[in-house]
Design a binder for this molecule. Sequence first.
Ligand code: EPZ
Length: 419
Amino acid sequence: MQKYIITGGSRLSGELTLQGSKNSALPIMSAAMLGDGESVLKRCPALTDVYSASRILSYLGCKCTVADGTAIIDPAGSSGYEIPDDLMREMRSSIMFIGAILGRNGECTFSTPGGCELGPRPIDMHLAALRKMGADISDNGGRIHCRLNKRKAHGAKITLPFPSVGATENIILLAVCAEGETIVNNAAREPEICDLCSFLRKRGADIKGDGESTIVISGVDKLHGCEHTIMPDRIAGATYLSMTAAAGGEIILKNTCTAEMEPFISVLEQTGCRIYLAEDRIYLRSGARLRAIRDRIRTMPHPGFPTDSQAVLMAALVIAEGASVFEENLFDCRYRHTVALNKMGADIVVMGKVAVVRGVERLKGADIEATDLRGGAAMVVAALAAEGTTCLSGISHIDRGYEKFEEAVSTLGGKIRRV
Ligand code: EPZ
């Protein structure tokens, strides 16, 4: 089990180019198995989740290579429709292959993705939508089999009870080559949905309204190959900004999707950091002690405050002057990182979906363990701002979503090494 050894107390300063988005690359890799033609994905991040997705594509019969920041996927001849248990367990977001496998092969077999570090992860909305589009679904003790009559889905009018990102993505993946028109009401509006739709339109899909609450997809007969550059990772961006805010110093973040990061930035700037924005870069300087955030920080679907940035912002606010209040509305179990932060001297009290963070003067390094991807990143943020040395285990969680993380932190002057 690899660990990070982090020595806190250094101010950070440097330039970073933001990685491609994990949460855009994964659904786009799934979408690349639809239709014909080779897809070339630039700025594809080197992440363990991306390699897991590549293994699933190869297992299903696609040609898939990921190297030097580029993924090349050719689905020609791919007829596999079963995702084996071990690959399903490797990555919960394997669920977003379902729409693409069904769309390509007319059937799909997979295991219900178990709960994850964030709590139970039901897929009822995914399955209800697939049924509406013609899928017969049976569950044999956790192994789910979906089959389309005549191997083709038909369009449907679907209203999601909640703007689920994954369910919206699976509907789009099945609808792009279905018979007729599919309307998705209460669709997720995350920027990664827009990036997926931009990729599919380049391949010949007919999709309108992505980024809004109603998306209309008209099925087409064919999709061809294309070249696409994955959008920047807005959550990794929030992580590096929070890190610099907490440790003190300055950062120039390049290749940013600044507009899409506004929900996070509009909160971060309330801490008193100086933030200068350009379309594709962000400059942040953090001098004096951060101020607490006066208003409650509620995580909400986009364009609300992103749940994936909750932990890293909290890690910066634990040493702010004053108290901040978080409300986590997306996941049942997304405060696990508070145990480690409190072990480092933070003062966080969790009551259900509310966490009250009372700023303390200083944190001290400790032996802690990452329990999930963004919680682990939050622990690095805290360790860099703490006095002394932190030993962080469980860093395989971090490898799922951050490309060359210790290199990036070292580039900023942070003292971190992997052992
Ligand atoms: C995506 O997960 C992201 N993952 C998550 O990022 C992100 O936190 C989440 O969207 C919300 O923005 C990827 O894109 C790979 P949801 P997803 O379906 O699609 C419930 C990270 O750190 N729900 O929008 O799984 C669900 O339990 C990860 O990069 C149902 O009840 O999120 C959750 O409470 C973590 N039934 C809420 O909806 C369903 O059928 C939001 O889930 C589907 C979802």
